[in-house]
Design a protein around this ligand. Sequence first.
Ligand SMILES: [Zn+2]
Ligand SMILES: [Zn+2]
Length: 732
Amino acid sequence: MDIAKVEPITTARALRGPFDYRLPERMRDVGVGSLLMVPFGHRRMLGVVTALTDHSDLPHERLAEPIEALEAGATPELVRLGLWVAERYCSTASRGLALVLPPGSGAGVPRAARARTERRAQITPTGRAALAGEARLGERQRAALESLAGAEEVSGAELARVAGADSGVLARLAERGLVTQRESEVRRRPRIDTVGASGGRVELSAQQAACVTEIVAALDGAGSRERLLHGVTGSGKTEVYLAAIEAALERGRSAILLVPEIGLTPQTLSRVAARLGDQVAVIHSGLSEGERFDEWRRLRSGEARVCVGPRSAVFAPLSDLGLIVVDEEHDSSYKQEGDPRYDARAVARRRASEAGAVYLAGSATPRPESWAELERLELSERVDGRPMPPVEVLDMRETGPRAGPLHERTRAALASLPEGAKAIVMLNRRGFSPHLSCASCGEAVSCPSCDVSLVLHRGGGRSGPRIGCHHCGHSEPVPTDCPSCGSVSIIRHGAGTERIEELIAELIAPARVFRLDADSASGRDGHTRVLSAFGAARGGVLVGTQMVAKGHDFPDVALSVLIDADSTLRYPDFRAEERTFSLVAQLAGRSGRGDRGGRVLIQTLAPAAIPIAAAARHDAPGFLAGELERRREFGYPPFASLVAIELSGAGERALAVLAKQLAEAIAPGLSAGSELLGPAPRFRRRNRFRRRLLIKTAQPERDAAAIRAVLERPEAVKALRGATLAVDVDPQ
Ligand SMILES: [Zn+2]
Ligand SMILES: [Zn+2]
């Protein structure tokens, strides 16, 4: 077995491995998953070993040898998973494998992240004698020895700082046998804020304990290994996850906890870290590359046995995996938007099943797919024994057009918040006014590069009010007159978070309003900053987009308000109902966690819409049963799978022709019973026209392979030049 099959890590779709390399004697410990630097034509490339063999189609002497074997590589299990992702999501082996490599293993660039080392020095007995006796020592030599005498080992950087001893001074001391030096690896550890998080165990409720018992039994091989933890908001799902993770660790197995975007769930992260300490590693995009690399190495070496992170943590290099938990499993951030467009929930299920591990998905508002496919565990009561808050649905059709965006009852409830009580107000639209138009000619003010209206932002800072596009970032000053007829009467329509913030500030003064949206909470710690300020305040109102409805817990919240609850229903998407239900139910669940009780107001133009009415009754089972019926009738997941093909191009005519030709080329290869819809136009974005084909299929893997085969034909490759194409399996 001295031939390695190596897949080069590259973003180029045309370069497909694996390629054979002959392993020299010094690389005999190279295995599946090892990272190699290999010669490729006149270049060097980073590659992953996908198999070892002793036969190649090329004669032995024509095979090149790798240049170098790098220290950190993936495991054979992860190589299989990366290749599965590539296949399942219509991507390339290289892109699938890039997901399982140590962070910083660059695609295209022959480069791999490395451990950071530092020089550390120790004093020898001779050195101590020299310090005590009459030996001739320079001033800095003496200072260095004195620092070393008081400690076991000191780093070079520290000695330079406290004793002014540079590497030259240390080298001379080492030559005289007064100190010894060694290179030691430095771990770059991310800081996890555990302030306020208790590391102590709480006593589990009877329901929580029953769920844990079932999960532990599954860990030990009894019953289904794929479970859905359906727990109402405030029912203590995190305690169940923690107990299950501890049970896995006790059995010598490791665990992964997937959470939605880490910035939005600081409370979960700090609780896990406070409870499990150094066994926990976190991997997320907010860390530096060095920190990510070192956390990855702690997992790979077994030093850390639990990985917490967003979707990419599903690829954590843990061995003996016992459990994968997906918290808030309904969250759309589990789907990757770039190639490969993988769904971390599907990848987690696959990985758990291959490893013989338990897959546990948890949510108060699970996806219909999970409801239908996974065996359920129920937490129907809140841990504090409080009832779910009453929900009032306010019909905005009854208020006149002059009433403004807040219902009279909403205004009254906000104005009469008792001192020290808090409220959360959600509106899924940022900016001040989402829409401007001309009163004379009716022309809407829209983006020059996209078919959408420009949003007015009052903003702060130097720029003053501007109108901007939420799709391409275009921004310009607010027009004073109509670009088509010159009229000066421009009307503003609708309200965004900035306008609601202003209205509420007037209502509740002197209490404060905190705004949480992509504009107010930018930067690495943006969300945490706003949420901590709201948490620490005595009273006040948090206004924001759907970020305010996610995974945090403020006991003083006595009122939750949702404005324009049906806005998500207006999207032409089969998940519109599911999203609306989830949003309303999650927001309702933020209220009434403390002594103040809770009240929930839902403003809508569609009070009878099923998702809104069901969420108002806190009736997830009722909603899901109906939604599954609807999906069965229309052939949507979980009763069929979807594969979308997105095309975009600069010329509308050419794109329309291309989309039609592509549909005609793909249709004959699909499985019997598969249905191809489209091409359907989608709105122009960033000056690119767009078309979409949608395939409903019972055999997604087979059809994805058929599509890939069509796309790889030389005539398709040629026709697609100048257009951009993405295949999205299981689109969100
Ligand atoms: Zn006009
Ligand atoms: Zn735009």
